[in-house]
Ligand binder design. Structure first.
Ligand SMILES: Cc1ncc(COP(=O)(O)O)c(C=O)c1O
Length: 455
């Protein structure tokens, strides 16, 4: 970094670096935002500009930036055992200790864990795991996994196939076979004349319709994010998950909770499954597991499903070189210990969450905001041209982009999903920082509103 200035870094970036989920043409025109440092809830760019990170990185820095303890355990682990694998009957201390603490903090049906490097590969593991479960149970026809439109489950072939994003399916021959998608519980846009509770049941019942259409003897599992994150922070009505749970039980279908965003405190509880009383059989986790300080993911396997690993003479032929990487495990372990010992999740829930909601939801009064919604430390603002009809400015998310860019100018990172503005701050955000964030959102909305009106 010392050797290049911002313009030089941008030129090199444009020349050599292919970014995930990026319109490169547009980025090269503006120049990438180059982040060089971070502390607490703030990040800094290569020109020294400070931003409040209202997205916790990419929904992951739950513990906040600058926890030197995590750097120290990484250093110690790298010196002692920088790498060893857990294939072929090997193990090492960080993976064992991380597995132990995960069994403690996750819901009680989970005592076993399979490690990977990300949420995406975790969901690849899920696909193989649930299909293998039914093979071993002599129901090999049960291979269909039902997900939802507009879900996000990662970017690998299986992850993106499980996801319900059409733009992703359009690249690379997806979805892979035996993945089906049902309705999402998106009340603001799809609720029609129903009450939220009626709509929650209605959206959940599209699962039952799909099961009947396919035949229950074909369905292996249902997968869902407790709150759809990348789809636009779709907070389901309270009636939704109990109905999904009832249907899964009725047809004996495995329930997979994708906790990659919701896990480790995002909803104000340790897991989204705790917040919505979801009794999952399998749980995918990543992001908050290490607060993003190391790339690591994990799949929690319930007692019911764990029989697949305990079959005599049978091998689960699956794994990654870096499954249970010792440095990533050591860092994740310390992160989970800090979350637990400092009661970060409970303190955030009890001292800041309601305040955050009050402030954030008050943005619904802005003329550009059709709906403000929040659950835990996740929130969204629906930007509309007309609050009454919910009409958008255009179909290309112009309002979201205008507001997101204004936020960045004002020193705040938010994300735009179409015309929904998303917030997902680190869980250590203070009330004062909430004030700062909401104030900046307010001025950015004003700026976006006047530029949109002028078009
Ligand atoms: C719910 C969910 N599942 C899976 C993933 C994929 O995780 P990763 O990007 O670590 O592969 C994400 C990423 O945002 C996610 O939000």
């Amino acid at each position: 970094m010392e050797s290049y200035n911002t313009a030089e870094l941008r030129a090199l970036d444009a020349k050599h670096h292919v970014h995930p989920f990026t319109d490169h043409h547009d980025m090269h025109r503006r120049g990438a935002r180059i982040i060089t440092g971070a502390d607490n809830v703030y990040i800094y760019d290569s020109d020294g500009k400070k931003y409040l990170d209202g997205m916790a990185g990419l929904w992951c820095v739950n513990i906040g930036y600058g926890r030197t303890e995590l750097a120290e355990v990484a250093k110690i682990q790298m010196e002692q055992l920088p790498y060893y694998n857990s294939f072929f009957q090997s193990a090492h201390v960080p993976a064992i200790e991380l597995a132990e603490i995960l069994a403690e903090v996750t819901p009680p049906q989970f005592k076993r864990v399979f490690f990977g490097c990300s949420g995406s590969d975790g969901n690849d593991t899920v696909v193989r795991l649930v299909r293998y479960y039914w093979q071993l149970n002599e129901q090999p026809r049960r291979s269909v996994i039902i997900s939802r439109k507009n879900a996000y489950h990662g970017s690998t072939m299986a992850g993106a196939s499980l996801g319900g994003m059409q733009a992703m399916h359009a690249i690379g021959g997806m979805p892979i076979p035996d993945i089906e998608h049902i309705e999402q519980p998106y009340y603001y846009r799809e609720g029609g004349d129903m009450t939220p509770e009626e709509f929650g049941v209605h959206a959940a019942q599209s699962l039952e319709q799909k099961i009947i259409e396919l035949g229950a003897d074909r369905v292996a599992a249902f997968i869902g994010e407790p709150i759809q994150g990348a789809g636009g922070v779709i907070v389901p009505p309270e009636s939704y998950w109990p109905e999904i749970q009832r249907i899964c039980k009725k047809y004996d279908i495995l329930m997979v909770a994708d906790e990659v965003i919701c896990g480790f405190g995002r909803t104000g509880e340790w897991f989204g499954s705790d917040a919505y009383h979801i009794e999952a059989d399998v749980m995918t986790m990543a992001k908050g597991l290490s607060s993003g300080y190391q790339p690591i993911g994990a799949v929690m396997i319930s007692d019911r499903v764990a029989e697949i690993v305990d079959q005599e003479g049978k091998e689960f032929t699956h794994g990654y070189t870096y499954s249970g990487h010792p440095v990533a495990c050591a860092v994740a372990l310390r992160n989970v210990q800090i979350l637990r010992d400092e009661r970060i999740i409970e303190n955030a829930r009890d001292n800041v969450m309601n305040y955050l909601h009050r402030k954030f939801l008050s943005l619904a009064d802005h003329p550009l905001v059709g709906e403000a919604r929040a659950k835990g430390f996740l929130g969204a603002l629906e930007l509309v041209k007309d609050k009454g009809t919910k009409e958008r400015f255009d179909e290309d998310g112009a309002a979201g982009v205008a507001c997101r860019d204004a936020c960045a100018d004002n020193g705040l990172i938010m994300r735009a999903v179409g015309d929904a503005m998303i917030m997902c701050p680190p869980l250590i955000i203070s009330r004062l920082q909430v004030d700062e964030m909401v104030e900046k959102i307010g001025s950015s909305l004003d700026q976006a509103y006047s530029s949109l009106k002028g078009r």
